[in-house]
Design a protein around this ligand. Structure first.
Ligand code: CUK
Ligand code: CUA
Length: 642
């Protein structure tokens, strides 16, 4: 019986039927006449006016992060994180390529799923935003004064870094949970040996409160399940972290028959304070591990890579009272914790119900050692002991939940393609609104912190179909903005997003905007190859390497006529922007350079490498329209035979 519901849902999933196509049929133009007349006014931000919120959308397979304004849905910026970005030379310039180093070599792409903004006492503080690279497991930190990626750390013993990068309520830790279990350490064994042999690493990265620098404090070596998503406890549950699992059957092939047999998988509850204490007292085992730690410095304007050699691993059974399993129905995807820290909501993606566990009941059961067996030495609590309740038949295929801080939760349902508002205490459904189409995450600014700003909710939809003018077979994804201040959610706006936005993080503009940095001071520039005055500009040869110390200011390069270069040389253009006015970048492009251009902000130095292959006299020019004499901003370089 349970099995048949399961199969039905899977069928719906596979066929992609329920919402996507049906709605698409019934929802041709105008069918959203349900829009209240005030909707346009609510999203209208007059020219020159500013939005009320920033929203940072993950770019999914674009590897980057995009910044939007709410309620207007206007896109302000794309922040390159894991992917090369020709627009400003990130991942191409000599200064930034080290950011993309890994133990697998230079990896200029990733799959970015979850941004999370730093917090103090459970409140968004706007210092940094953390994001995960899913494919080649990495966590990145973007600085929110400069909106630049400052740090990327690779996660060893991990694969499919998906239950990441969520943070604790004082940003003590950012976590990185592996979606795929793998042999630890890696070895050449039969895939059939999965069960019992593969491990799931849950990594806790401590965060330096001054600099934001991350350090893998410890890795919990968990049984070989799939660890899907995670969320921190807060308030009374601060000190705990919750991870959903699926495939607790430990099948090595996830055909439904293998991996969805168990009616319930687990939410793993981790008392990280206990583990931290154990580690601080010398617990754990250091094991060899090879991983890259890349840091960008705003003084030298350079990134450096350090290859790390070991990591501290923890056997969870060695830390009593630290790790428990909470049985949760139907392959839970998201796990979300209410702002007060009491309710732990498991979204069983093959279910119609939501499961709500009680933190108090969980502690009670643990204190009284009421366990119902164990898995690999980790106690399993009994479902009935910890259950606070269920939201029954709320929709089909629940994925993620956010909170408005007024006692309501908002859960997305992928299969029935809707956003459902329900009361956290009474667990009654208050409202449901269709989403176009097949919604993944929903985001309320601060909605996964102790202090949500419950004015808007944005759902991020997987399927776009007919929402915008057709653009051929490939469409951008679509977000939908709801006003959630009333009992009923009111749809205000559709806007396209870039890549695949799995999740987003929003923050009031009044917290972030005043901190935004305007300029790099030239006098603070510590770049090794900077030409800080026009007197410093020069050309230096060192064997086959030529270093050009160049400056740029409206509207001239110095030097702009360069001779003495030969085929076979490796030419480094080190270019310093001497402007000290806000928002006056210059660009640099060189004919035949096989990488990108550079966009150089005032006070910055960036370097492009060029290896001339042909003799002749070749031009370079500024790519950013910087003044009335922008077209005059050019130069020549003469290349002689080898
Ligand atoms: S996941 Cu995309 S819809 Cu990567 Cu947060 Cu659930
Ligand atoms: Cu400098 Cu255009």
């Amino acid at each position: 019986m349970k099995r048949s519901i399961n199969s039905l849902l899977l069928l719906a999933l596979v066929a992609g039927i329920v919402a996507s196509c049906n709605n698409s049929e019934s929802n041709k133009k105008g069918d959203q006449g349900a829009l209240a007349s005030g909707a346009a006014e609510k999203v209208y931000v007059a020219p020159g006016e500013h939005d009320e919120f920033y929203a940072f959308f993950s770019g999914g397979y674009s590897g980057n992060l995009t910044v939007y304004g709410l309620p207007s849905g206007r896109m302000f910026k794309e922040i390159p994180v894991f992917s090369q970005f020709p627009t400003n030379g990130y991942g191409y310039s000599e200064e930034t390529t080290p950011m993309l180093n890994t133990s697998h070599g230079f990896v200029p792409w990733d799959d970015l799923h979850h941004p999370d903004i730093s917090q103090t006492n459970g409140k968004l503080d706007g210092r940094w935003i953390f994001v995960n690279g899913n494919n080649t497991p990495r966590i990145a930190r973007v600085d929110l004064e400069t909106f630049e990626t400052e740090e990327i750390i690779e996660i060893p013993n991990s694969a499919g870094n998906h239950s990441s990068s969520f943070i604790t309520e004082n940003t003590e830790y950012v976590v990185a949970g592996t979606r795929f279990s793998v042999p630890v350490p890696q070895e050449d064994i039969s895939i059939k040996e999965y069960k019992g042999k593969f491990k799931g690493a849950l990594s806790f990265l401590s965060v330096d409160q001054e600099t934001g620098r991350m350090n893998i404090k410890f890795q919990l070596m968990m049984p070989g399940f799939n660890y899907d998503l995670s969320h921190p406890g807060r308030g009374k549950s601060h000190g705990w972290f919750f991870f959903t699992t699926y495939n607790t059957e430990e099948a090595n092939s996830l055909l439904e028959v293998n991996a969805s047999q168990n009616d319930k998988d687990f939410i793993a509850a981790i008392n990280w304070k206990k583990v931290e204490e154990y580690v601080n007292n010398g617990g754990g085992t250091k094991m060899p591990a090879n991983y890259a730690h890349n840091v960008y410095d705003h003084g030298t304007h350079n990134a450096t890579t350090t290859m790390k050699k070991e990591v501290l691993t923890i056997d969870p059974t060695k830390v009593p009272g630290a790790v428990f399993f909470l049985p949760t129905p139907k392959s839970p995807h998201g796990v979300d914790v209410s702002p007060d820290g009491e309710y732990i909501i498991g979204n069983g993606k093959l279910s119609a119900d939501l499961t709500i566990h009680s933190f108090d009941k969980m502690i009670d059961a643990i204190d009284n050692e009421k366990f119902n067996g164990e898995a690999y030495g980790i106690p399993i609590l009994s479902f009935e002991d910890i259950l606070a309740g269920t939201v029954k038949q709320a929709g089909l295929g629940p994925l993620h939940t956010e909170f408005d801080g007024k006692g309501n939760a908002y859960t997305t349902f992928f299969i029935s393609s809707e956003l459902v508002k329900w009361n956290v205490e009474t667990r009654e459904v208050i409202d449901r609104q269709p989403n176009y189409y097949s919604v993944g995450h929903v985001m309320i600014p601060g909605g996964n912190s102790a202090h949500p700003f419950g004015k808007y909710a944005v759902s991020m939809n997987k399927i776009t179909k007919d929402r915008y003018l057709p653009t051929g077979p490939e469409l951008e994804h679509s977000a939908q903005l709801f006003d959630i201040t009333g009992d009923k959610m009111e749809l205000l706006l559709d806007f396209p997003t870039h890549g695949e936005p799995h999740y987003a993080a929003g923050i009031p503009a009044e917290i972030l905007a005043p901190k935004s940095k305007k300029i790099y001071k030239l006098e603070d520039n510590k770049h090794e190859y900077a030409a800080l005055t026009s007197g410093d500009t020069r050309v230096e040869r060192d064997g086959k390497e030529v270093h050009i110390y160049m400056s740029m200011i409206r509207s001239h390069f110095t030097p702009d006529n360069i001779e003495g270069i030969r085929v076979g040389d490796k030419v480094y253009f080190h270019i310093t922007n001497h402007e000290q006015d806000f928002d006056v970048p210059h660009g640099f492009a060189m004919i035949g350079a096989n990488n990108a251009e550079l966009l150089i902000m005032p006070g910055q130095t960036k370097t492009l490498v060029w290896e001339p292959k042909q003799i002749g006299v070749w031009p370079f020019y500024c790519t950013d329209f910087c003044s009335a004499l922008h077209q005059e901003m050019q130069g020549y370089i003469r290349v002689s035979p080898e």
